[in-house]
Write a protein that binds this ligand. Sequence first.
Ligand SMILES: O=C(O)CC[C@@H](O)C(=O)O
Ligand SMILES: [Zn+2]
Length: 460
Amino acid sequence: MTDARLAELADRLPTLRLLTDPSDLEHYGRDWTRRWTPKPLAVALPGDVAEVQAIVRWANEHGVAVVPSGGRTGLSGGAVAANGELVLSLERMNRVLDFDAVDRTLTVQAGMTLHAVHEAAKEHGLIYPVDFAARGSCSIGGNVATNAGGIRVIRYGNTREWIAGLTVVAGNGDLLQLNRGLIKNSSGYDLRHLMIGSEGTLGIVVDATLRLTDPPPPSQVMLLALPSMDALMDVFALFRARLSLQAFEFLTDVALKHVLAHGAQRAIEGDHPYYVVTEFDADEAAQDAALAAFEHGMEQGWISDGVIAQSEAQAAALWRLREGITESLAPHRPYKNDISLRISALPAFLHDIQALLGNAYPHFDVVWFGHIGDGNLHINVLRPADLSEEDFIAQCEHVTKLLAETLQRHGGSISAEHGIGLVKRPYLGSTRSAAEIALMRGVRQVFDPKGLLNPGKLFD
Ligand SMILES: O=C(O)CC[C@@H](O)C(=O)O
Ligand SMILES: [Zn+2]
């Protein structure tokens, strides 16, 4: 350890785990974006809150930037450390701190994975309902930092809805207990909600008190094949009106091609441009309603084919067609967009955007999928093998500018659930007004006067 600042940190905190091996710097300095070359100063793995506070105080004294780090499954560069920052990984702080049966809350350290939270809730006969494919690796702290959404938002909302309290280390090292699990708390600004979605720029979440709820009734999973994007909205309206939906997700034939090539099993024969994976409450009456909705959709020409899972294994296989997409695309180093619209604005937006992307990317594979029931679309553009990464990104950035303008016209957002990070920073102004951004900068200044927490993320 040659850096005098690090030597001083190690002196100050003799039990702190501090990594400086090149392979560790590489591993902890990047997220799933893979676009930036990691170059952190070091990686600190504190074991408790006092160590986190001491690190932040040390960072202030030495003017060292700190990148808070969870599972690094983010897709916007929010956890990238490419400029000599100290990565502060919450990985070792991954325990359940408390379960309260009366309040129905689970308090966990920020480094706990979403999957581990699900399991811990299950032990008490309850669920933590936020869920998505990265559950095995992403951490609760990261979920809070991006206000993560996922596949159950249509029923349960985003992470924000489930945070009853947060313990946060502020930019000066102070410890803040925000909301303390209260249901009602009309005592001024709710700083907890400022932290949620702040992408590590306002404080470091060290633990979270999560609300739990009853498990949903038994459900059924259905895969539908559809002839057009318009039909997608018709089928969504039909199913939402007749069933109690837990999820309503879509993918295109291009997405299906990739996920099948990656080992998923085909469930519907033939070529269909769009598919829906939907899950709904399934008592006997609901099963009849689902069948009736399906038949109505077929009669109207909105549905071309469909299957309903007959077992848990089949349900998992249908879900894999949707949840396996990101992993199946990863080898192509896709350029990602994660956009949000009001559901009512989707048809007009889709009309505009399909024409725009068709013209802009005539030779690229464009993969559409996502949480159509929440107005959240994922558009992944795949790099052709003969195009350099640099040229590919430049072309995609040009199209994203047009996409951002189209979103602005339709009142949408450039990030639905992945965050702004580094990737979407140039487009923040298409979703937030200049006045809003000025206020956001002001808030950041109050929480982190020296601008040391995750600098360069959200804004420069
Ligand atoms: O890879 C993506 O673009 C989306 C990832 C994730 O948000 C999903 O919905 O599967
Ligand atoms: Zn998503």
